[in-house]
Write a protein that binds this ligand. Structure first.
Ligand code: AHR
Length: 499
C-alpha cells in the first residue's frame, strides 16, 4: 500500500538553527588525547590536531562544539591547563591522569580550525562562581584584569569572544562530583550567572535542567532572568555498567516519545512565561549511553580491568548500525519540529566512544550516524514546513529492552525548504526492519527529484576499518509534477529533494 503525505510548502513552522547539528567532546577515553589531539601522528598538523578528523568535522559543518565535559568538568580547574606550566591532575570523574596539555587555548584553536562556535561547560561541582567568571575573563575581556593579561602573556592578544557557556553539567545526578540539591543549585547558578554576566554581558548562559518539576522550577525561579538556555541530556540505550547494545527492534522502541523531555521542559518554561526568553540546549544526546563500569557507582572498580579496560568496548564499531542512524534521524526530525524552542543539540560525543567518527592511529571510520549528519546538514532545508498524513501511515510493535513492547509509527517524516533558494527537501525515515514502504508525496511544487538514500545491506550493517557497508547513494528520480511516489527501503534514512 502507498501512503499519501501532503506537504504545505507555504506554511513554515519555524527556521531551525544550524546549532541543532552541534557536537560534544569530553576528556574521556580517546576523544581528546589520542583522538583529536594526537601530536606526533603523521596525520596531525603543527598544532597536534588530526587533520583527517578535522576535515570530517568540517564536512558536516559542525556549528558548535561543547567542551570539556560532561562529568569530567565537575572537578576540572581550567587554570591548570593554560600557560607554559601545565600541571597534570588526577581526573576524579574518570580516574585517570590528565596531562592538561590540551586546555582552553588548544580548544579555541581547534574550534577556529573546524570553523565552529566554542561552548564551554564550567565546573559547578568543586568549582566556584569566581573560578567560572575568571574563565570568562580569560576568554572574553580585552586586557582588563589578571586573566585577560594572562591570555595575552600566553600569546593570545585578542579575546576569544566565547558566546556560549554552561554553568555545570549534571549536578542533579548522584554520580556527578559536586552534586547539588535543587535549592543549592538555584543559589549557585544565580551567583555564577551574575558574576559571568558582569564580566561578559553578551555571553549566553545555560544551566543543567531536568524534566523534574521541582529541580527546574527552583532553577528557573532563582535564575530565569539570568539564563538564555536550559540544558537537557538524554541517552536511551543505557549501558554504563553492562555493555549490551539494544537490538535494532529494541532501538526502534526507543523512538516512542523521543521528544518527551522537550515537551516537559517546554511546559515548565511556558508556565513561568520564560518560553520566549530561554531556549532548550539538548547538549548531550545519543541513542547509546557510554560504557564506563564501576565509576558511576559507590563501589569503585579496583583493578583497571574492571573500570578502565572496558571503556575500549565503546570503540567497537559493530555497535553502531542502521539502528543508530534511523534513531538519530528520528531525533533530529523531532528537534527540527520543535525548532521554535530547541536552539541547540549536541551529539555526545563527536569522536570515538559512541561518536559519529571513529579514529585510530591509521585513520578514521565514518560510522552510520556520521552519514545522518552529512545528509541533514548538507541536503535539508533550514525552514520546517507543515505536513500531514492523508492516509494513516503504518505502525509496528517492537520489543522494549526493559521488557514489554511498544507500538511506534513505522515512518518518520520532516518537510523543509530553503530560506535562500527554491526547492523542498523531505527527510523520510523507514524504521521497519524488513519491509519497504511506499510514499506518495503531494508536494505542491514541481521540479527535478533527487533522492539520497542512507542504508545498509542489513539492519545490523556497520562501517569499520575493514568495511564500508553503510553509505549514501544518490538517485536522480525524474520530474515531480507536484506529486511523487517514492519507495523507502527497510531501515533507511532518505532525503527527497524537489529542486
Ligand atoms: O557517559 C558520559 C557522561 O554522560 C557525560 O560525561 C555526562 O555528562 C553524562 O552523564
Amino acid at each position: 500500500m502507498a501512503f499519501r503525505i501532503q506537504i504545505n510548502p507555504d506554511r513554515v513552522f519555524g527556521k531551525r538553527s544550524p546549532m541543532l547539528y552541534g557536537q560534544f567532546i569530553e576528556h574521556f577515553h580517546r576523544q581528546i588525547y589520542g583522538g583529536i589531539y594526537d601530536p606526533g601522528n603523521p596525520r596531525s598538523d603543527e598544532d597536534g590536531f588530526r587533520t583527517d578528523i578535522i576535515e570530517a568535522m568540517k564536512r558536516i559543518k559542525v556549528p558548535v562544539l561543547r567542551w570539556p565535559g560532561g562529568c569530567f568538568v565537575s572537578s576540572y580547574h581550567w587554570k591548570d591547563a593554560v600557560g607554559k606550566e601545565r600541571r597534570p591532575f588526577f581526573d576524579k570523574a574518570w580516574r585517570v591522569e590528565d596531562p592538561n596539555t590540551f586546555g582552553t587555548d588548544e580548544y579555541i584553536r581547534l574550534c577556529r580550525k573546524i570553523g565552529c562556535e566554542p561552548y564551554i561547560c564550567t565546573n559547578a561541582g568543586t568549582g566556584t562562581p569566581e573560578e567560572m567568571s575568571d574563565w570568562v575573563e580569560y576568554c572574553n575581556l580585552d586586557s582588563e584584569g589578571q586573566y585577560a593579561k594572562w591570555r595575552i602573556a600566553n600569546g593570545h592578544p585578542e579575546p576569544y569572544r566565547v558566546r556560549y557557556w554552561s554553568i555545570g553539567n549534571e549536578n542533579y545526578g548522584h554520580w556527578e562530583i559536586g552534586a547539588k540539591t535543587a535549592r543549592e543549585w538555584g543559589c549557585l547558578v544565580r551567583e555564577s550567572a551574575k558574576m559571568m554576566k558582569h564580566v561578559s554581558p553578551t555571553a549566553e548562559l545555560s544551566a543543567a535542567a531536568l524534566s523534574d518539576p521541582d529541580w527546574n522550577m527552583n532553577l528557573l525561579k532563582s535564575c530565569g532572568p539570568w539564563l538564555d538556555w536550559i540544558s537537557i541530556h538524554e541517552y536511551w540505550d543505557m549501558m554504563p555498567e553492562e555493555n549490551r547494545p539494544a537490538t535494532y527492534e529494541e532501538c526502534m522502541a526507543f523512538t516512542d516519545g523521543i521528544d518527551h523531555s522537550v515537551k516537559e521542559v517546554r511546559g515548565m518554561l511556558a508556565a513561568l512565561r520564560l518560553d520566549g526568553k530561554i531556549k532548550i540546549a539538548f547538549d548531550e544526546w545519543n541513542l547509546r549511553s557510554w560504557h564506563h563500569p564501576n565509576v558511576h557507582t559507590i563501589r569503585q572498580g579496583v583493578e583497571k580491568e574492571s573500570y578502565l579496560t572496558p571503556r575500549d568496548l565503546n570503540d567497537d564499531n559493530s555497535t553502531y548500525t542502521m539502528a543508530d542512524a534511523v534513531f538519530s534521524a528520528c531525533f533530529l526530525n523531532a528537534m527540527n519540529r520543535n525548532c521554535d524552542i530547541v536552539g541547540m543539540a549536541n551529539f555526545a560525543p563527536v569522536l570515538n566512544t559512541r561518536g559519529c567518527i571513529y579514529s585510530d592511529a591509521e585513520g578514521i571510520v565514518l560510522r552510520s550516524t556520521y552519514h545522518v549528519f552529512d545528509l541533514y546538514v548538507n541536503r535539508l532545508g533550514d525552514e520546517v514546513l507543515d505536513l500531514w498524513e492523508k492516509d494513516e501511515t503504518p505502525s509496528m510493535t517492537v520489543p522494549h529492552k526493559a521488557g514489554g513492547t511498544r507500538t511506534v509509527k513505522t515512518l518518520d517524516l520532516l518537510a523543509t525548504r530553503w530560506s535562500d533558494r527554491e526547492g523542498l527537501a523531505i527527510a523520510a525515515v523507514n524504521k521497519h526492519p524488513s519491509e519497504e514502504q511506499e510514499l506518495i508525496l503531494e508536494t505542491g511544487r514541481t521540479g527535478r527529484a533527487v533522492i539520497f538514500r542512507l542504508t545498509g545491506d542489513s539492519r545490523d550493517a556497520y562501517n569499520d576499518v575493514d568495511r564500508t557497508r553503510v553509505r549514501v547513494e544518490k538517485e536522480e528520480a525524474g520530474d515531480c509534477n507536484g506529486r511523487i511516489s517514492v519507495k523507502l527501503g527497510p531501515h533507511s534514512v532518505n532525503i527527497i529533494q524537489i529542486l
